[in-house]
Design a protein around this ligand. Structure first.
Ligand SMILES: [Zn+2]
Length: 70
């Protein structure tokens, strides 16, 4: 289990991804823009406002494991 997870992580390409980051300097909360459904999201950890930003993240597809095409 551990090995397959590690290899999967290593194989994932990364790209600049739009995110929202928490404006509270003491909080490192952030979320992917893809997963935000309101115009002005608030931090899930401290409820502060969030601002739009970018971050290098592994590319995520919205495909569940049993829908992977071969
Ligand atoms: Zn926060």
């Amino acid at each position: 289990m551990y090995y397959s997870r590690k290899r999967l992580m290593a194989d994932l390409p990364e790209e600049m991804t739009a995110i929202w980051s928490c404006t509270n300097e003491e909080c490192n909360g952030w979320m992917r823009d893809n997963f935000v459904f309101s115009i002005q999201p608030v931090c899930g950890q401290c409820r502060a406002l969030m601002e739009k930003s970018e971050k290098m993240l592994p590319v995520v597809t919205n495909t569940s494991p049993n829908q992977v095409k071969r």
